[in-house]
Design a protein around this ligand. Structure first.
Ligand code: PLP
Length: 436
């Protein structure tokens, strides 16, 4: 399969190039030249397949012969080694739990697949791959744990001091091996600026083979299609085939993957884009004007994005056809008060603790189902992270009911290793050069 840039549809690059470049020179995003429909036999028999089997079929459909079957199978079995169960809360309301991977967030799907694809494409004797990543929380943990122990790679994570939760910090700082954590005395934007400047620094680029692991990488998008098929398969087993997905959205990679799955033939009735007050996309659906704005801090901080980087992919999928977009996607947005009310409602009515991002997706699903009650469509809202990652959000009466997974309990016994730096580029550069 070849990939083009959304800014220049005549570009052609291989999968390997698209993965290592992350972003085309023209600052567009890579998209597959064709998005083949899966055959009906596969779609109709989805319920017969396990998640790794589905993942193999779907990625093979997109990638063709870029990776030989046996290698692709091995990558998938290693990357997608945890479940994504659909849990029923009531009639027509289901939650797709995407937090059973090592970092307890859905970003594990993308990060684990991408790291293994990168390692696969690194040829023997090639220079070590140096991954630089800035994180405001979930990305760093997923990337760190995704690359942990992957040969010929090294990851340097920059995170803002005092602005990630305790568990997130432990996930970043307790790995050792090929993972380094750098705490920056600044904001997430400062971390991102340092990483961006490193990519343009000649001396660093001469010395290191730098790559970014950010969410626009096509190898992070592809594996996120797998669980939409997997969820549909689980519902088919219960005799359900009319489904709407509600997706908590920030950079719009997750819902973008859902739309890619739909394009490949998954018969989804509708998608709901659920955001916090960073509502650029729901606002676009209301007004027809796409107006990026500065991001605002909220309880669902992984969705504090005012200019969603994956939106151009979605616009491109629909050739900017507004009515086609509106037929398939509805946007809803909620403030922190509504988010807390949703968390409480879910807890009181279902005895279920949702993370703040997840609660927003539930509220949007509920509102959509009320607006479209005649359609009798089963609703699935995506749970993107385990609630234990956001302990400060909940009142004691709810936080005491969160089951903290064993892997997190084990983390608290480990020692943190980190380097503390200021936000000036010279200090960061010196650190990189001295710690080769
Ligand atoms: C990253 C993240 C999101 C947003 O996903 P996008 O693909 O950026 O839209 C939602 N919830 C959680 C917990 C996340 O970590």
């Amino acid at each position: 399969m070849h990939f083009y840039s959304t800014n220049n549809p005549s570009t052609r690059v291989s999968f390997k190039e698209a993965v290592f470049n992350s972003m085309p020179q023209d600052k567009g995003l890579y998209m597959p030249v064709t998005i083949p429909r899966l055959d009906d036999k596969f779609i109709n028999n989805l319920r017969e397949y396990s998640l790794p089997e589905i993942a193999f079929h779907v990625s093979k459909n997109l990638l063709g012969d870029d990776i030989p079957d046996s290698d692709l199978k091995a990558i998938i079995d290693d990357a997608i080694n945890f479940l994504a169960p659909v849990v029923r809360l009531e009639d027509n309301v289901f939650v797709l739990e995407l937090f059973h991977g090592p970092s307890l967030a859905f970003k594990d799907f993308g990060a684990r697949f991408m790291s293994r694809v990168m390692a696969y494409f690194l040829e023997k004797g090639e220079k070590q791959l140096d991954v630089l990543v800035a994180t405001s929380g979930d990305t760093g943990g997923a990337v760190a744990l995704g690359f942990l122990g992957v040969p010929n790679t090294r990851v340097t994570i920059l995170y803002p001091k005092g602005k990630v939760s305790e568990i997130q910090e432990l996930q970043l700082t307790t790995n050792g091996q090929n993972i380094r954590a750098v705490e920056i005395d600044g904001t997430f934007d400062d971390c991102q600026a340092l990483v961006k400047q490193a990519f343009t620094d000649k001396e660093l680029n001469d010395k290191f083979r730098l790559t970014s692991a950010n969410s626009i990488n096509i190898a992070r998008l592809i594996p996120q299609t797998f669980y939409y098929f997997g969820a549909y398969a689980q519902l088919l087993k219960q005799g359900i085939n009319k489904v709407v997905f509600s997706v908590p959205s920030g950079n719009f990679g997750n819902i973008g993957a859902g739309l890619l799955a739909w394009k490949m033939g998954l018969p989804v009735k509708h998608f709901i884009a659920a955001t916090n007050v960073n509502d650029t996309v729901p606002e676009f659906f209301r007004t027809g004007v796409y107006q990026p704005k500065p991001s605002v801090a909220t309880l669902s901080n992984a969705m504090d994005v005012g200019d969603p980087s994956n939106w151009v992919r979605i616009a491109d999928l629909f050739r900017n056809d507004m009515s086609a977009l509106k037929n398939l996607i509805t946007g809803y947005s909620y403030d922190d008060e509504e988010t807390m009310a949703a968390i409480k409602f879910i807890f009181d009515n279902y005895n279920y603790v949702a993370c703040p991002h997840t609660a927003i997706a539930w509220q949007a699903l509920r509102d959509w189902q009320q607006d479209n009650f005649k359609q009798n469509v089963a609703g699935v809202f995506l749970s993107t992270a385990h609630p234990c990652k956001f302990p400060d959000v909940y009142p004691e009466s709810i936080s005491c009911k969160i089951d903290v997974p064993e892997q997190v309990k084990a983390l608290t016994k480990k020692n943190k290793h980190l380097v503390a730096l200021g936000k000036d580029f010279d200090g960061f550069k010196e650190y990189l050069l001295k710690n080769n």
